[in-house]
Design a protein around this ligand. Structure first.
Ligand code: BGP
Length: 462
C-alpha cells in the first residue's frame, strides 16, 4: 500500500472557458475564443465553441455534489476575466454573485477552491489593442487580479495567476493553435515577458492587499530529455531548459531571469522591451507554491539546419521522437510516468523544495462510448492505469523528500478543449452532448473515491 502525506489534496482541474458555457450571456464580453469561432468556425472540431461547454454556469451546485461523491477535497477552476470585468474596468455584479455562490458552495461542501486568473482566455477588447504584446495588458491584468482578490479573497485561500503561460505564447505566436495564430518569435518573447510581468504585478497586488492565503502559478514543465550526451544534443537541451523550464520557474521561485536566457534571447535579436523597476519586482515577489501540469515529457535533439537569428524554437531545439516511447494515440502524446519522479527531484534540488502539487495529469480518449457496459458506465481502465502509474512515480518523489501537497487530474466532468472541442474526453464523469449535458460516473470516478478515502492505493492490485 502506498500512502500519501496527511491532508494531501485530491481533486481535479478545469477552467472557466472550458466549463462555464453562457459565453456571451450574463454580461460577459467576448474572449479571443468567442470571436475566433465566429471568424473561423472550420478550425474547431465539429464546430464546437465555448458557448457549448458543459454549462457549469447553471449546473455548479449539482456538480459540487458530484465532486463530493467521488471523494474530491479540492478543485481548481478559473475566473473569466471577460465575465468579471467585461470592459476591463466595470465590475459585472452578476459575475460577482455567480462566483461568490460557486466558491461558497464549494467551501460548504468541503471542496477547497483553487482559483486561477487566466486560462488562455484573453478578452477581445484587449486583444484588439495587441493583447499581451502591449504593456497595457500588464496593468490591465494587475487591475483584474486586484479586483478578484478583493471580491473573493474571503472565500479563496489558494490562488494561481496563470495556467500554462507558455501555451498561449507558443500556440498563439509560434505554432498556430491559438488566436492570433501567427509565427513571430520576437513577438512571442515580448508576449512572454509581458505575461511574466503580469504574473508579478498580480502577486504584488496579492501581497499589498494583505490576503490571507497563498498565491502561485501553474506551469507545464518537466526536466528536458536529450537524445544523447553529445554536445550538440546537450546544447539543444540547454536551450529548451532555458526557454521552456527556467523562463518562468526561475523568476517566479528564485527571483531572477537566468543570465544565459537573457544572452540567448539577445544573441538571436529577440530582446523584449522592458521597464525600469521590473527587475526589482521580480526579485521582491516570489510565489508561495507551484502547480505542475504534466502529460508528456519533453524530448529534444539538435536542430538539423538551425537559422541564426532563430526564426522559431526549432532553430534552437528540435523535438526528438524516442523510438521506445509508449503513446496515447488519441491525443498523440507520449506516456512517461517516470518524469513525475524526475520533476519531484527537480523541484526539491533546484527550486528550494518549494511546496508544489500536480495541478493536471490525465488521459484524453476519443469515442469512449466504446467502453460503455450494459449499465451505461464507461469502463475506463486505461485511465486508472495511467493515473496509478503516475501516482507511483510521484510517491517515489515524495519519499525522496519532495514537497508535493496534492494531485489533481484533468478533469472532473468531460469538458470542451479548444480546437479539439469534445473529441477527447478526460473526465471522471461523462457528459452526454445529445442528452442535456447529462453527467454519468465512469469507473475511474469510483476508483478515485477509493484512492482519496484511503489516501493511497495498493500497488499491483490491478
Ligand atoms: C492543458 C490545459 C487544459 C487542457 C489539457 C488537456 O494543457 O491546461 O486546458 O485542455 O491540457 O489538453 P487538451 O484539451 O488539449 O487535450
Amino acid at each position: 500500500m502506498i500512502k500519501f502525506p496527511d491532508n494531501f489534496l485530491w481533486g481535479a482541474a478545469a477552467s472557466a472557458p472550458q466549463t462555464e458555457g453562457h459565453a456571451l450571456l450574463n454580461g460577459k464580453s467576448h474572449t479571443t475564443w468567442d470571436r475566433w469561432i465566429e471568424l473561423n468556425p472550420e478550425k474547431f472540431n465539429a464546430g464546437q465553441g465555448p458557448k457549448d461547454t458543459s454549462n457549469v454556469y447553471e449546473l455548479y451546485e449539482a456538480d459540487i455534489k458530484r465532486m463530493v461523491e467521488i471523494g474530491m477535497n479540492s478543485y481548481r477552476t478559473s475566473i473569466s476575466w471577460a465575465r468579471l470585468l467585461p470592459d476591463g474596468k466595470t465590475l459585472n455584479k452578476e459575475a460577482v454573485a455567480f462566483y461568490r455562490d460557486y466558491f461558497e458552495k464549494m467551501n460548504q461542501a468541503g471542496i477547497k477552491p483553487i482559483i486561477n486568473l487566466f486560462h488562455f482566455d484573453m478578452p477581445w477588447w484587449l486583444m484588439e489593442k495587441g493583447g499581451w504584446e502591449t504593456r497595457e495588458s500588464v496593468d490591465a491584468f494587475a487591475f483584474y487580479a486586484k479586483t478578484a482578490f478583493e471580491e473573493f479573497g474571503d472565500l479563496v485561500d489558494e490562488w494561481a495567476t496563470f495556467n500554462e503561460p507558455l501555451v498561449h505564447i507558443e500556440c498563439g505566436y509560434l505554432y498556430g493553435f491559438h488566436y492570433p495564430a501567427i509565427v513571430d518569435f520576437k513577438k512571442a518573447i515580448q508576449v512572454g515577458y509581458h505575461t511574466l510581468m503580469a504574473h508579478f504585478l498580480a502577486v504584488k497586488a496579492y501581497r499589498e492587499t494583505k490576503q490571507k492565503g497563498r498565491i502561485g502559478i501553474i506551469l507545464n514543465v518537466t526536466p528536458t530529455y536529450a537524445r544523447s550526451e553529445e554536445a550538440i544534443d546537450q546544447k539543444a537541451k540547454q536551450n529548451a531548459d532555458l526557454l521552456i523550464i527556467k523562463s518562468f520557474l526561475d523568476p517566479c521561485v528564485l527571483g531572477t531571469i537566468p543570465t544565459e536566457l537573457v544572452d540567448l534571447v539577445n544573441e538571436h535579436k529577440l530582446t523584449p522591451i522592458t521597464k525600469t523597476g521590473d527587475k526589482e519586482i521580480i526579485k521582491d515577489y516570489p510565489v508561495d507554491f507551484i502547480g505542475i501540469n504534466y502529460y508528456q515529457p519533453m524530448r529534444v535533439q539538435a536542430p538539423e539546419n538551425p537559422r541564426t537569428p532563430a526564426v522559431t524554437t526549432s532553430d534552437l531545439f528540435a523535438p526528438y521522437d524516442w523510438p521506445e516511447k509508449r503513446m496515447n494515440p488519441y491525443r498523440g502524446w507520449e506516456i512517461y510516468p517516470e518524469a513525475l519522479y524526475d520533476v519531484s527531484l527537480m523541484m526539491k534540488n533546484d527550486y528550494n523544495n518549494i511546496p508544489w502539487y500536480v495541478s493536471e495529469n490525465g488521459m484524453g480518449v476519443a469515442e469512449e462510448e466504446r467502453f460503455m457496459n450494459d449499465k451505461g458506465i464507461i469502463e475506463d481502465d486505461y485511465r486508472i492505469e495511467f493515473m496509478e502509474d503516475h501516482l507511483e512515480q510521484l510517491h517515489k518523489g515524495i519519499e525522496a523528500g519532495s514537497n508535493c501537497f496534492g494531485y489533481h487530474t484533468w478533469t472532473f466532468v468531460d469538458c470542451w478543449s479548444w480546437l479539439n472541442g469534445y473529441r477527447n474526453r478526460y473526465g471522471f464523469y461523462r457528459v452526454d452532448l445529445e442528452n442535456n449535458l447529462e453527467r454519468t460516473l465512469k469507473k475511474s470516478g469510483l476508483w478515485y473515491k477509493e484512492l482519496s478515502q484511503n489516501n493511497g492505493f495498493e500497488i499491483g492490485e490491478r
